[in-house]
Design a protein around this ligand. Structure first.
Ligand code: FMN
Length: 213
């Protein structure tokens, strides 16, 4: 690849600010305000997309995008294949991080916590609500395993579709709920003096702090 000089790409942030006096005591409340603003923002096409990072047994980190499907004070839920790379990594080491980046609002949220498998009744409920094509894809996909070709994947999909059978949630597919212990809300500021507000949980109490930009 030819060397690219990207030094001139530089943006000043002026969209807003965060101060300790006007934020809620609960990070879930602030998250709810921010994600609602992202959902209602006309330029944000995937407001619920978040970057999930996991750690392998040898300490190697890996990241990928997943979609947030439910959020409450009980945690952040996404769905996946339990036998995928992320699924296997979480089963060994369940500390994960989630990251939301909404550049159009000059905002980032970092969340750290532990992931737990969702109860099977919730998995069935969500699986059954999905379009049939997504259900079939979830059944036939050996997510993260090596495939021989795109043809192999499409044949597997078509074989299932032609059988005309009702898709049933496979045991390897379901959700994880991430229960956070730490949040950082980042709002871009002018002159690179960004606001970074943290919420750290200790014995059920959330303590608010501020980090240098
Ligand atoms: C916008 C977007 C949304 C995605 N949503 C999901 C999701 O909800 N669940 C999922 O398993 N993979 C999702 N993916 C695919 C993952 O990023 C990833 O490729 C896949 O889960 C395999 O990851 P792994 O090999 O690290 O387990 C999404 C990708 C993108 C770009």
């Amino acid at each position: 690849m030819k060397k690219m000089d990207l030094h001139h790409i530089r943006k000043d942030y002026t969209a807003g600010s965060l101060d300790e006096q006007s934020i809620p005591g609960s990070p879930f409340e602030l998250f709810s305000q921010w994600i609602n603003q992202a959902i209602n923002h006309s330029e944000i096409i995937e407001p619920t997309a978040m970057i999930l990072s996991t750690v392998a047994i040898d300490g190697s980190p890996s990241s990928r995008v997943v979609l947030l499907k439910e959020v409450s004070d009980n945690g952040f839920t996404f769905f996946t294949n339990y036998q995928s790379r992320k699924g296997k990594e979480i089963s060994v080491h369940n500390k994960v991080s989630l990251l939301f980046f909404w550049p159009e609002m000059q905002r980032q949220i970092r969340i750290e916590g532990q992931a737990f498998k969702l109860e099977e009744n919730f998995n069935h409920e969500y699986f059954n609500s999905r379009p049939v094509e997504s259900q079939i894809a979830a059944i036939i996909s050996k997510q993260s395993e090596k495939a021989n070709s795109k043809i192999e994947i499409m044949e597997s999909y078509n074989d299932f579709s032609e059988k005309d059978q009702t898709p049933v949630k496979p045991a390897h597919w379901g959700g994880f709920r991430v229960i956070p212990a730490y949040f950082e809300f980042w709002q871009g500021g002018s002159h690179r003096l960004h606001d970074r507000i943290t919420y750290q949980q200790d014995s059920g109490i959330w303590t608010i702090g501020r980090l240098w930009p």
